[in-house]
Design a binder for this molecule. Structure first.
Ligand code: SAM
Length: 417
């Protein structure tokens, strides 16, 4: 269905029946043989699409009117969500159950397309994305506001540097929503590119102006600021410049998943790669006990310092300050090791790191992933090396957005395989 004649151009509108969900926060539609990635739509809806970008081989567009809505469609709770407004959320128009189904379909598609699994193998995994406690709003404990030419803080449009004026972000933690950062209460932020606000799960807050200082009394020196986080039955003092899970329930949820999948036993050895402040190592150490050995590898200075400080009471733990790929290939850490947990950034671990882990790990590997496409590429490498993807669980650590966290369990080839 199309109302336009000839190739579509930016700003054109056309009517389409929307196809399947694709990775990236959009659905796929076809107009006269051209692929259009449509935001703010749901599969099987009939919508009016406005073309926002034209590329060789595909177009991008926004659903600006919905002619036949899907049953999962809801009115976005946030008035800034939608085409040509704030780009922070992708799925405000989708009900909670629909968001979980959306993310399951993305994970399945990545395993099929990039992971090299057959449909039967993906079905056998029974991929499910589980909601975290707390509902879809008020979960984001780290928010970076952009500052516009008039020195007001706001949020960015999708794929744009344009700052959208907002007076509230509904997915931000309540302690962040209450702060006077956004207009009208927030006033102006002269000489600042961005304002980052980080909250602990318990509601303590640090506000940092980026990149440079201003004379505003609310600005905290990011180098010194740290928050107390509680997870895995411990307290962690974490600088706001170091990584910490953004959803207040994510740290405990992911720790539970990793412990359940790896099932560490007393005396076992383990690596926590891309360890941040040492969340998973602390939890594993609780199971492997004083006779186990745990090695963490982390490359960011604040993360290394936090891990050393927070795990100082655990004599069986060593923190290696290095990039994981260097630590493995330059033999700063060497196998064999019983268990590995890795939690790489969005790009994934990559074939070299996966190959080194597969050569060193004896019993099991738990892979925590924030991008299912990168995970799927690494799944392919593990499988090419004879390893089995035994379980894969999804967690909705980022409600209202397209993002999904996965935890995968890999087991090595057995003596007979
Ligand atoms: C997704 S975070 C996970 C942190 C930790 N597992 C947690 O849950 O709190 C990824 C971490 O990897 C670190 N990192 C990124 N690239 C790295 C690399 N090449 N080698 C080692 N660490 C890296 C980042 O600084 C960050 O702390």
């Amino acid at each position: 269905m199309t109302a336009a004649a000839g190739p579509l151009a930016e700003g054109d509108r056309t009517t389409v029946r929307v196809g399947a969900v694709a990775h990236g926060g959009h659905c796929v539609a076809r107009v006269d043989g051209q692929v259009v990635f449509v935001r703010h739509a749901l599969p099987d809806e009939v919508v009016t699409v406005e073309i926002t970008e034209v590329h060789r081989g595909f177009l991008r567009g926004d659903a600006v009117a919905v002619l036949e809505p899907a049953p999962e469609r809801v009115t976005p709770p946030c008035r800034y969500a939608g085409p040509d407004r704030c780009g922070g959320c992708d799925l405000q128009h989708v009900g909670v159950a629909g968001q979980l189904a959306w993310k399951e379909s993305v994970v399945r598609e990545q395993l099929l397309r990039l992971g090299g699994l057959s449909a039967a193998e993906v079905d056998a995994l029974g991929v499910q994305v589980r909601a975290l406690p707390g509902g879809p709003l008020g979960w984001r404990t780290r928010v970076r506001y952009a500052v516009d030419a008039a020195d007001r803080a706001g949020l960015l449009k999708h794929r744009s540097h344009e700052v959208v004026p907002v007076d509230r972000c509904l997915i931000a933690h309540p302690a962040i929503q209450q702060l006077p950062v956004l207009p009208p209460a927030g006033g102006r932020w002269p000489g600042v590119d961005a304002v980052e606000v980080v909250a602990s799960a318990t509601g303590d807050v640090v506000v940092t102006a980026l990149p440079g200082p201003t004379d505003d009394a609310r600005v905290t020196d990011a180098a010194d600021a740290q928050l107390t986080q509680v997870a895995a039955g411990r307290r962690f003092e974490v600088p706001t410049t170091a990584f910490w899970q953004v959803h207040p329930a994510a740290a405990d949820t992911l720790v539970d998943a990793v412990l359940e999948l790896l099932d560490p036993a007393p005396g076992e050895s383990a690596w926590d790669l891309y360890s941040g402040a040492g969340l998973f190592a602390a939890a594993i150490a609780g199971r492997t006990g004083p006779t186990g050995r745990i090695t963490l590898v982390e490359s960011a200075g604040p993360g290394v310092a936090a891990a050393r400080r927070n795990l100082a009471d655990l004599a069986q733990v060593e923190v290696v300050a290095a990039r994981v790929e260097h630590a493995l290939t330059r033999r700063r850490i060497t196998g064999p090791v019983d268990l590995v947990v890795l939690d790489p950034p969005r790009a994934g671990a990559g074939a070299r790191v996966v190959t080194a882990i597969a050569a060193a790990a004896r019993r099991a590997v738990a892979y925590v992933a924030c991008d299912p496409a990168a995970l799927a590429r690494d799944v392919r490498t593990f499988r090419e090396l004879g390893w089995t993807l035994a379980q894969l669980r999804g967690y909705d650590c980022f409600p209202m957005t397209q993002h999904v966290e996965c935890v995968a369990l890999f087991i090595p080839p057995g003596p007979t395989s």
